[in-house]
Design a protein around this ligand. Structure first.
Ligand code: BGC
Length: 740
């Protein structure tokens, strides 16, 4: 007799046959995009040989790894990062591949992005660069960089987001999310403590746990936990005597343990020096070993990589089991499924009008007006003769600086942007003023500019002064550049001073014409011995393809500056915590971070040192008035929230934006704490006369510090203060509350 059981059993058998049949038509499970990713990984792994697994976890060329060709699992293509998509190089050399379709849009440097203090700009940046990466068929973008700005001498600060963990930890998240919507992984770099370049392969960083957790790690943690980053780059330096690419504490305990990171750890290029620790401490993908110019060797022997033959031999002779290997393969497969094998990813786009517009907008919003006495800026409509002086007005800045160097489709130079905007309104003349770096090439990409100059410094200054006397207004455009010992990977700056005698040029111009504005094109703080003689100073960063247009927008007042400094400008190097008491720098062996948590404004506040320009500082062509801050309650309970509101009014005559900053001070604590720490910010746009109520939620998270004894974050009961202001040194109101 046929029972219900028999009918059901028969149906299941039929279903099983159908499913099996289905599988044979659509191929194996790992290819089925609608199956759960972990099941696909299990399936792929079960089909792979030892050889294939080993091949999966190290490079096959300068920028790619092999995938699993027999199974149709594609190669993984990486690219620098972080300001635009790098040009194609040869398979096994740094030289140019000679493609003609790999020119891109250069976006502003990450310091400029951070200076916008605007999450929307970070999202726009991520979306735009993610689309370019996708169009160029890249799977992993080597960026963004979030190493903390510890010293103004670090040659790579321009690739990072400043000195504050909250600011960089907030700004990195939308960048990560928007890039990855393109089916392109970010590779957040350089994890961690890579805060100087000179001896980056041998510097062993020594710091306490509070500094590690409170200052140097939060931006990475935010990128991983809030942004959902799919990969992270292990840095070159050491921590506790072990290279960071396979550092037991940083990778195994913190990144993969405490933070639950499920992505892949990729080594920085040439950052691996041994097999054993690389096997055991969580390095998943090895790149750049034997890379000429970084470690030894002219051409790469991929099979000799530490995670290649030595690892395979170790498994075959029983030194290693296969558990670690499977974990590495899982992570790399997960990365491939999320990117190269992601069927739903969009197509991307390159050099689009939208991308140029994004670069210009981000650049304009990132420019910081440091000083503007007598309103020299924006340039008055009545000015008829404008003189531009300085090499950075005519120098391409997208070429150079190290791995972030780019080959752009176009780059609007500052002088060209200014001339274009000035049109027939005024006559724009130019004087060189000084000679800096006349070259411009990186790995075979040449700027094509010939900036050579035979006149002496005195002749150049004399010419500039003469012309300045005849002008209505003078713009000096200088700063640093992307050559060695300036804003450049692999080296650090040798001093805080402006190079090439620029101080002399500026002093001479200030005497010749009172209407002088100094524009600094660079990614670091510089000394300004002439500051009292110069009425206006603009911090203009490296702005990429649209540099000249973005600068002209601000100089002529089409865009009202709203950027704020993401790091402190010290008056002199010894004011900066890493250089106090003449501390030696760069650090060949151990680098002691014994300023601890007192980095940036935390140090200046604590020591009561007046900075040249404070963290969070930035003026506008209009003015803002703050009302008193109000709290909805005076005490906060654990798991509760307070709401702080403050009314901000545009009291000037131009539409503008203000970044309202919230700092918290802990009045009673068991451990020392900085006088104040940034815990919130919001940018508001206001018409003249208009006002807006800005609200911040304050929860216990904002009150916590890291307790090294307990190994956890603690919000201690007692009194706190909320400080609201326009800069870290311009607090407009403070209000007390307590945690109960
Ligand atoms: C840099 C990385 C870069 C890599 C690949 C290294 O020298 O430190 O930031 O992504 O090269 O170019």
């Amino acid at each position: 007799m046929m029972t219900r059981y028999h009918v059901l059993a028969g149906l299941s058998a039929l279903l099983l046959i159908a499913c099996t049949h289905q599988a044979s038509v659509d191929g194996p499970l790992y290819r089925n995009a609608s199956a759960p990713i972990e099941a696909r990984i299990d399936d792929a792994l079960s089909r792979m040989t030892l050889e294939e697994k080993i091949k999966l976890i190290h490079a096959q060329s300068k920028f790619s790894s092999a995938g699993v060709p027999r199974l149709g699992i594609p190669e993984l293509w990486t690219t620098d990062g972080p300001h635009g998509i790098r040009t194609e190089v040869l398979w096994d050399e740094w030289d140019q591949a000679g493609w003609t379709n790999d020119s891109i849009v250069a976006f502003p440097a990450l310091t400029a992005l951070a200076a916008t203090w605007n999450r929307e700009m970070s999202a726009l940046y991520g979306k735009s660069i993610g689309e370019e990466a996708r169009y160029r068929e890249k799977d992993v973008l080597l960026g963004p960089g979030v190493n903390i700005y510890r010293t103004p001498l670090n040659g790579r600060n321009f690739e990072y987001m400043g000195e504050d963990p909250f600011l960089s930890g907030t700004m990195v998240v939308p960048y990560v999310q928007e890039v990855q919507k393109n089916g392109v992984a970010v590779c957040v770099k350089h994890y961690a403590l890579n805060n100087e370049e000179t001896f980056r392969h041998t510097t062993d960083v020594d710091l306490d746990d509070r500094a590690l957790y409170e200052i140097y790690l939060p931006a990475f943690k935010a990128a991983v936990q809030e942004g959902g980053a799919w990969s992270i780059m292990g840095s070159y330096n050491l921590y506790r005597g072990q290279h960071v690419c396979y550092n037991e504490r940083l990778i195994m305990d913190i990144l993969k343990g405490e933070w639950g990171f499920d992505g892949a750890v990729i080594s920085d290029w040439g950052g691996v020096h041994e097999t054993d620790a690389a096997v055991k401490n969580g390095l998943d993908l090895e790149f750049g070993t034997w890379t000429d110019g970084l470690t030894m060797g002219a051409t790469d022997g991929y099979d000799a990589y530490y995670l290649a033959k030595p690892y395979r031999d170790g498994i075959l002779n029983g030194t290693y089991g296969t558990e670690e290997l499977d974990d590495k393969c899982r992570r790399v497969l997960r990365l491939i499924f999320r990117t190269a094998m992601n069927k739903d990813k969009p197509f991307g786009s390159i050099c689009s009008e939208e991308h140029y517009a994004a670069a210009r907008r981000i650049g304009g919003e990132g420019i910081v007006l440091l000083k503007n006495e007598r309103s020299v800026l924006p340039i008055s409509a009545s000015a008829k003769r404008l003189l531009v002086v300085g090499e950075n007005a005519i120098k391409m800045m997208t070429v150079g600086g190290g791995s972030s160097s780019l080959k752009v489709q176009h780059e609007i130079l500052p002088l060209d942007g200014i001339r274009r905007r000035a049109g027939d309104l005024m006559e724009v003349s130019y004087a060189r003023g000084y000679v800096g770096d006349v070259g411009g090439s990186y790995n075979g990409v040449n700027s094509g500019q010939d900036l050579s100059e035979n006149r002496t410094p005195a002749e150049l200054i004399a010419e500039a002064v003469q012309m300045a006397k005849e002008a209505d207004c003078v713009l000096f455009i200088g700063g640093l550049n992307k050559s060695n010992y300036q804003d450049c990977e692999g080296t650090d700056r040798r001093s805080l001073d402006l190079p090439y005698g620029q101080d002399d040029v500026i002093e001479a111009l200030a005497e010749a014409n009172p209407n002088l504005a100094v524009v600094l094109v660079d990614g670091n703080a510089v000394a300004m011995p002439w500051i009292d003689k110069v009425p206006s100073v603009l911090q203009a960063w490296y702005l990429g393809s649209e540099a000249g247009n973005a600068l002209a927008d601000v100089v002529f007042g089409d865009v009202n500056p709203s950027g704020k400094l993401p790091f402190t400008f010290p008056r002199q190097l010894s004011d900066s915590p890493a250089h106090r008491d003449g501390k030696s720098f760069p650090n060949r062996g151990k680098s002691f971070y014994d300023e601890g948590i007192y980095v940036g404004y935390r140090w200046f506040d604590e020591q009561d040192i007046e900075p040249l320009f404070a963290f969070g500082h930035g003026l506008s062509y209009t003015t803002f008035e703050y009302g008193p801050a109000r709290l909805d309650k005076t005490s906060l309970r654990e798991n509760g929230q307070l709401t702080l509101s403050v009314r901000v009014r545009n009291t000037g005559t131009k539409t503008g934006a203000e970044v309202v900053q919230l700092y918290i001070a802990d009045d009673e604590s068991s451990l020392p704490r900085p006088p104040k720490e940034l815990k919130g910010f919001q940018k508001v746009w206001l018409e003249p006369g208009a006002s807006a109520e800005v609200k911040f939620k304050i929860g216990p998270e904002a009150l916590k510090y890291y307790d090294p004894e307990a190994g956890e974050w603690i919000a201690e009961k007692g009194g706190f203060e909320a400080l609201v202001g326009s800069a870290s040194d311009d607090i407009r109101s403070r209000i007390a509350f307590s945690l109960k």
